[in-house]
Design a protein. Structure first.
Length: 119
């Protein structure tokens, strides 16, 4: 990921990832409903995302397009979490996640499948 996105910017990006290319007004309407932001707040955050290269603005009607995929941001955020909280140890993160939740047989089988793909 070329840039660090803050929580507020991730909220804007999430609208684009869920709904595809939409107008800035639509993003503002959605985030007013979801988090109570006013239009000025949303437009300011959209502009920051544009400056960071995360969103492309298109005309007409201030259309917004996500330039970075959600998966790329998820990978970067996960890597940062592993480095910051687990001293770079993915297995410690994995153990912490598994220790806090009961898993169904299907979830365990899916995790085994994922691990087998890495080997």
């Amino acid at each position: 990921m070329a840039c660090k996105l803050f929580d507020s910017e991730l909220k804007v990006m999430d609208v684009l990832w869920r709904e595809g290319d939409v107008t800035a007004k639509h993003i503002s309407d959605v985030l007013k409903e979801e988090v109570g932001w006013n239009m000025n707040t949303t437009y300011t955050i959209i502009k920051r995302c544009i400056q960071k290269g995360a969103i492309q603005r298109m005309e007409p009607h201030y259309m917004c397009h996500a330039k970075i995929p959600k998966e790329q941001v998820q990978q970067a955020e996960t890597a940062e979490l592993i480095d910051k909280v687990y001293d770079g140890s993915a297995d410690q993160l994995f153990a912490a996640l598994l220790g806090k939740k009961s898993l169904t047989r299907e979830q365990i089988d899916e995790l085994k499948r994922i691990v087998d793909q890495w080997e």
